[in-house]
Design a protein around this ligand. Sequence first.
Ligand SMILES: [Zn+2]
Length: 170
Amino acid sequence: MIKNFRRKLFRSSFLALSIMLASCNAKAQKAKTAPKEFAVQKTEAEWKKILSPLAYHVLRKEGTEGAFTGKYYKHYKNGTYHCGACDAALYQSQHKYDSGSGWPSFDQAISNAIHYDVDYKIGHRRVELECARCGSHLGHVFEDGPQETTGKRHCINSAALNFKSSDKSQ
Ligand SMILES: [Zn+2]
């Protein structure tokens, strides 16, 4: 019994340590390798030139727009939400729902459209969502999404998105 318990304890502390090391590594690696990771590459000066000040702040400086202020918070038209920086298709309107959080919320993204990263900006671990094509910041994912689908809440800044309607009458 004791032996078993010890083994379990050892295993769980080893796991915790590996997770800690892995997250530290992920952070360090990001700083070192980020410029080579993404298919679309621009200098910060180039991004600044093509983006609005708010879009630049959110997409390139990991900023957050005010809750309930974004243009897509209460937006439920049919279509696709694209990256505001490089135009990659990221989210489909049928996966958007009202989370009451004040930001556009989706229970899932278009597959392979999102790059997941970790940040500690507000003191605790959060999973950051970036565009997989250009690395621009979109928002964060939380575990309080709709239970009947994925249980995930992709909390995205409107300023990071550009909506394209699929409705032909518009
Ligand atoms: Zn992008």
